[in-house]
Design a protein around this ligand. Sequence first.
Ligand SMILES: [Zn+2]
Length: 110
Amino acid sequence: MATDCIFCKIIKGEAPANFVYNDEDMVVFHNIKPSAPVHVLIVPVEHIESVNALEAQHSAIISKMMLMAKEIAGILGIRDSGYKLVINVERGGGQVIFHLHLHLIGGWGR
Ligand SMILES: [Zn+2]
């Protein structure tokens, strides 16, 4: 938990988001600045700053993020048409929010 982190605030219900899914260790919500017809963020509840902060203890959550991507793609109707999964790492990699998240992007040409 980082008090100045917008994703932690969303997870705690202190900031608004359009949720697709949430459980005890993962939330999924629509990106407020979508770069595609479908653009959601898959976010672990635990505040992990980036891929560079991952440790072996996080292997289960990373696995769950990837499996979640497939499930959410199905819920959003883009599983068969296809999608991109993107993780930006650190500023040079385009990361803006320093709370680990997986972008699920698609919905073109449906
Ligand atoms: Zn956070």
